[in-house]
Ligand binder design. Structure first.
Ligand code: 5GP
Length: 183
């Protein structure tokens, strides 16, 4: 679905499908260069990173592998809870691997801080992060983001994998959810 299909649910479209796809391709070119000869393992964080993982992984021209983890963070609200739990762990051993975590969005960074510490303890050869969207709060946490798609305002957004109560993940654009939807 695109923004026109859910007329009224968004107050604003921040990025169109075309803009998102172009940015993903740009990031893929950088990853190609940085990881040439290293066969990185892309680790996606379910469910939000599904779209960016699918697009980014296919845009790479180098050999790479992918795996996914599921962690709980938000529940069904719009505020970060700070509670992180691994719901599904990786199937691939990351020891000695060049790991690139692929995230949909970094807001408070609570989820990622936990995840990166957890992955670092498994002794990967390297550990970096790619996030499609970054909110201002994220600048307060000291997470080195090797690749960032877009810096966005501190609003609750949906689309391109980002949901509200399980909806809007299949929206190809990304926009600000009308507060009336969650009021
Ligand atoms: P953090 O721990 O960085 O505060 O939040 C991480 C997770 O919260 C993200 O992976 C995402 O699932 C969710 N999240 C943060 N901001 C937003 C937002 O604006 N919209 C949606 N749909 N989810 C968000």
């Amino acid at each position: 679905m695109d923004a026109a299909d859910i007329n009224g649910d968004l107050t604003e479209v921040l990025y169109t499908e075309k803009q998102i796809q172009e940015r993903v391709r740009e990031i893929a070119v950088q990853i190609d260069e940085d990881y040439r000869g290293k066969e990185p393992l892309l680790v996606g964080v379910l469910n939000g990173a599904v779209m960016v993982m699918a697009d980014l992984y296919r845009a790479l021209t180098i050999h790479a592998q992918m795996d996914c983890m599921a962690v709980s963070s938000y529940g069904s609200g719009t505020q970060s809870s700070g509670v992180v739990r691994i719901l599904k762990d990786l199937s691939i051993d990351v020891h000695g691997r060049h790991v690139l975590v692929v995230e949909d969005i970094v807001d408070t960074g609570l989820t990622l801080t936990y995840l990166l510490e957890n992955l670092a303890s498994r002794n990967p050869a390297s550990l970096k992060l790619a996030a499609m969207f970054r909110k201002p709060e994220a600048n307060k946490v000291h997470i080195d983001m090797a690749y960032v798609g877009f810096d966005i305002p501190n609003r609750f957004v949906v689309g391109y994998g980002l949901d509200f109560n399980g909806r809007y993940r299949n929206l190809v654009d990304v926009g600000v959810l009308n507060p009336s939807i969650y009021a």
